[in-house]
Ligand binder design. Structure first.
Ligand code: SF4
Length: 234
């Protein structure tokens, strides 16, 4: 009877030992499983964080690239604008930078009566009234070089006789010359009958003796017109 109890106790001890081993093994597996899960979660979070960082980096890169492109486009636009401005630049604008105001106003052509030339050119421009005339056409008519013509146009403008309008003609920038003020020439009145008229003192616009009814004035005006026309056709 005692022997049987001893066997049972030994067996029980063994079973307990086996149970302990089993429990230990399960615990180990459980711990491993928990660790693996935790690691997985950490890795997932890390991956998500990395993804976010990568996304932000990509966005920042895109922004930098977009800014670079924008700056390049702006630079190109400025260069194109500069080229366009340079193409618009005229010989006269260069002259205005190079010459002083006195050099422009006192411009003279060798062996040329400048007063006479100024009057002639001004009268010619006046003949085109509000339509004006292209400067190169005028210089051709006057057989002037464009060097002298450009300087003369600047002089006439400074004198207040003409205005210059910058225009694009056949792909080239040039100037349309328009009359502003016709200079009074003493020559135009040197043959006027009033200068030697014996009744000049009694003459008035509303009086009995008046330019409105004066035959001398009428004859003189008609003669002047005929002379002017003849000069224009010469
Ligand atoms: S308008 Fe005739 S009348 Fe009068 S001052 Fe002249 S020329 Fe003489």
């Amino acid at each position: 009877m005692v022997k049987k109890e001893i066997v049972s106790a030994t067996k029980l001890k063994k079973e307990i030992e086996e149970a302990k081993v089993e429990l230990l093994s399960r615990n180990k597996k459980l711990k491993l499983s928990v660790k693996t899960e935790a690691k997985k979660k950490v890795d997932k979070k890390k991956a998500e964080a990395k993804k976010k960082v990568d996304k932000k980096k990509a966005e920042a890169k895109k922004k930098v690239e977009a800014k670079q492109k924008e700056e390049e486009a702006k630079k190109k636009e400025e260069e194109a604008k500069k080229k366009e401005e340079e193409a618009k630049r005229t010989y006269e604008e260069d002259l205005e930078e190079q010459l002083t105001e006195d050099e422009i106003k006192n411009f003279a052509i060798d062996k040329t009566d400048m007063d006479k030339l100024v009057n002639r050119v001004t009268e010619m421009i006046a003949g085109y009234a509000t339509k004006g005339i292209l400067q190169n056409i005028l210089w051709r008519k006057l057989k002037l070089s464009s060097r002298d013509g450009s300087r003369l146009a600047l002089k006439l403008e400074r004198m207040g006789n003409i205005t210059r309008e910058k225009i694009l003609e056949n792909g080239r920038w040039t100037y349309l010359l328009l009359i502003k003020k016709i200079p009074i020439s003493t020559k135009s009145i040197e043959n006027a009958p009033c200068l030697v008229c014996p009744v000049e003192k009694k003459c008035s616009t509303d009086g009995e003796i008046s330019p409105k009814t004066c035959v001398y004035i009428e004859d003189w005006v008609l003669l002047e017109l005929k002379t002017k026309k003849r000069h224009e056709t010469d």
